[in-house]
Every structure is written in structure tokens, then in C-alpha cells.
Design a protein around this ligand. Structure first.
Ligand code: NI
Length: 399
């Protein structure tokens, strides 16, 4: 196990608290990205802005080798913080309730550790990505070329389900796809006492909500986890008026691409049929989100090797069950192989406050572990990348 570095710990806590106090929403991470830029420059790196609020910095390795990338997100959520933390958010209605303040400071910690190395086995790219929470940041950064020359990519998320000091490394699909839908039911308004003269959008919309629930329970193989949730249902203007229209909005989650397309088709079919059944008109919009996040075997092996070095083999664990949350890191690993892990960060007595809750917090002792793992995986993966390219060019020792 690598010795814990108390200076690193204290420094990371200070940076995390600064980010936590000043949270910024997706695509508005101006102060955060300026701080990131400034700190990277202090390490002698040459950070460059990408889009409005992203930052990328390269650490050189031997020339001609492909790059190992490390990624953190930066954004906060539109939530009013209700913790009693001394470093609680000063920005009204905005909170780092998902731990991206921690992720950003960890990647800065890794930058600090890696910039102290005299020589890296392969070049390393640090990607500070905006707008993870709304699922558009990764795709936009990829569009700006941040994956050019990248062979492998790694990242992680704080997770208060697992004890601090553990690293959760899992093969295969670790996050679900996410797509959203909006259905507008157009009926015919009328007097609440004369329903026969109207087409009641509340009744049609309600039947639609219930019918949609049968997709996962009756149409999808239960061996493949999936979810359809209607999170918003809006209709009506008064208690004695039949609503002319209703708006339903929801999310679709799946771990398997075939299930993902089945869910989308079924929502169309069922919504159409229920509307026809009751003589209502329908508008339906489906918005494509992120794909499922799949950890491929080779990078997962490298992530696990780095994790064992950092926390010892006994503290490297696996996800206990499927996770239907989404993470836009999936857009990166769709293009280059990578691995997304979880940093155990349980605060004793505070397990009850999940991510995206107004009382969310995590154990800051996880920061140094995460930063050390990021730096370590860059080196472990860098050696793998270097060995592979030596084999390919035929400069290898004995082959
Ligand atoms: Ni998050």
C-alpha cells in the first residue's frame, strides 16, 4: 500500500471546500474552471480552456506514444443546500450535491503527484469536463477533440454506499443509458359536470402513466434491469374544469442497448394506443441521452492493479448490484476503452443522505485515496500503452 500523504490530504480538503462553497451550474463553471486553470499553472503545466468552462492539460511522456486520459466533472446542481457544514454553499439554490467538488480536487491532486514525476511512461491528459449533470458536457468536449491520440481513459465517482478507503472496480456495465420523453395529450376541455361533452386529458394522461408502467414489468426480460419513470405530470387549471391537455415527462434507463430501444418504441406504441382509445391527440418527443457505461476488460484490469497498489487488494471491491443511474463518462468509453470506478466515501452516521439530496456529504478522507489512484492508474496504464506500442514497432527486447 502507498503511504498516505497528510499534506496532500489537507491540500485536497482545502480545495474541495473552496469548490463546495462556490458551486456553479452546468455550463456556468466559470470560477471553478478558473481556479483549476490557476492551480494547474502553478504546477508548471500549460492548461488550455476548452469551450466556455472546460479545462484540459497535458503532461508529456516519451514522444510518439498514445495518451492516457483522466477525467473529472466540475458542475453542481440546482438544489438549496441544507447541510450545517461550515463550508456550505454561498450560492443560493446551487449545491455540490453529487461530489463533483471532490472529483475536481482529486484530479488536481493527481496533477500535483504526476507533475512531480521525473518521467512518465506515456503522456497523460487531464480532462476537467463541464455539464455532467445535464449529460451534455462529455459529448461537447469530445467534439472539441479532447480524445485525439487517447488510448485509454479513466475516471471515478465518490460513493457513500462504500466505506472510505475502498475502491470499487467492476467489469462490464456499471451505469445505465438515460433518455427522456415528453408526451403532450390534447383532449377537449369542458365543464366538470358534463364529461360527455369533453375529452378529459387528466384521465387519458393517468391511464397512460399506468400503461407505461407495464413496459418494464411485462415486456422486458427481468434479467435485464431497466426503469421508466414519469417524473412530471401537469394538467388542468381549476377543480371544476375538465383539462384540455396534459403534459407528462419522464426518464428511460437501461443497461442493455436492445432493451433501451425496446423501451423507447414501447412508450410510443402505448402512448399512441391510449390516446386513440379515448379520442385524444398526441405529441411525443424522445430525447437521446447517454449510452450505458461499459468498463472493458483491459482497462478494468489496469484500474484494478492501480487500486490494489493504492489501498491493498483487500480494499478493492466490486459493485454489489446494477446501478440505473447515468453518467456521461459513457460517451468517452463508447469511443476509447476505459474504466469508471467508485471511490468509497461513507461518512459514519450520514449514509442516509444520498447524492442529489440537499444534505449530501461525503468523507473527505476519500480525496487523497482518489487522487493517488488517479495518478497511479495513469502510470500503470501508461506502462501498458508503452509496452503495447513497443511490441507493435518491433523495438521490443526479445520478440
Ligand atoms: Ni455525479
Amino acid at each position: 500500500m502507498l503511504a498516505p500523504d497528510t499534506d496532500l490530504h489537507d491540500w485536497l480538503v482545502e480545495i474541495r471546500r473552496d469548490f463546495h462553497r462556490h458551486p456553479e451550474l452546468s455550463w456556468k463553471e466559470h470560477r471553478t474552471s478558473q481556479r483549476v486553470h490557476q492551480i494547474l499553472a502553478e504546477f508548471g503545466l500549460e492548461p488550455r480552456p476548452v469551450l466556455e468552462t472546460g479545462v484540459v492539460a497535458d503532461l508529456p511522456g516519451p514522444p510518439g506514444l498514445p495518451v492516457v486520459a483522466l477525467r473529472s466533472d466540475l458542475d453542481a446542481l440546482p438544489i438549496q443546500e441544507e447541510t450545517d457544514l461550515p463550508f456550505a454553499s454561498v450560492n443560493d439554490g446551487i449545491m455540490h450535491a453529487c461530489g463533483h467538488d471532490g472529483h475536481a480536487s482529486m484530479l488536481l491532486g493527481a496533477a500535483s503527484l504526476l507533475s512531480r514525476e521525473s518521467e512518465l511512461p506515456a503522456p497523460v491528459r487531464l480532462i476537467f469536463q463541464p455539464a455532467e449533470e445535464i449529460g451534455s458536457g462529455a459529448r461537447a468536449m469530445i467534439g472539441e477533440g479532447v480524445l485525439d491520440d487517447v488510448a485509454l481513459i479513466f475516471g471515478g465517482h465518490l460513493d457513500r454506499h462504500y466505506p472510505t478507503g475502498t475502491l470499487v472496480v467492476t467489469d462490464g456495465v456499471v451505469n445505465a443509458s438515460t433518455d427522456s420523453f415528453k408526451i403532450v395529450v390534447n383532449g377537449r376541455g369542458g365543464h366538470a359536470a358534463r364529461p360527455h361533452e369533453a375529452v378529459d386529458a387528466v384521465v387519458v394522461g393517468s391511464l397512460m402513466v399506468m400503461a407505461i408502467q407495464t413496459i418494464v414489468s411485462r415486456e422486458v426480460n427481468p434479467a435485464f434491469p431497466s426503469v421508466v419513470s414519469v417524473g412530471r405530470f401537469e394538467a388542468g387549471s381549476a377543480y371544476n374544469v375538465i383539462a384540455a391537455s396534459a403534459v407528462l415527462q419522464g426518464t428511460i434507463r437501461a443497461q442493455h442497448p436492445a432493451v433501451r430501444s425496446h423501451l423507447k418504441e414501447s412508450i410510443h406504441r402505448i402512448a399512441d394506443s391510449v390516446a386513440t382509445l379515448h379520442g385524444a391527440e398526441l405529441e411525443i418527443e424522445l430525447s437521446e441521452g447517454s449510452p450505458p457505461l461499459e468498463n472493458r476488460p483491459e482497462p478494468t484490469g489496469l484500474a484494478r492493479e492501480a487500486a490494489r497498489r493504492v489501498v491493498g487488494p483487500e480494499n478493492v471491491i466490486r459493485l454489489e448490484h446494477a446501478n440505473l443511474g447515468a453518467e456521461d463518462f459513457s460517451n468517452f468509453v463508447e469511443r476509447v476503452p476505459g474504466c469508471y470506478i467508485r471511490y468509497g466515501a461513507q461518512v459514519a452516521g450520514r449514509e442516509g443522505f444520498p447524492a442529489h439530496s440537499s444534505k449530501f456529504d461525503f468523507d473527505e478522507d476519500a480525496l487523497a485515496t482518489g487522487a493517488t489512484w488517479l495518478a497511479e492508474v495513469a502510470k500503470v496504464a501508461g506502462r501498458a500503452v508503452a509496452a503495447r506500442s513497443t511490441d507493435l514497432t518491433g523495438d521490443g527486447a526479445s520478440r
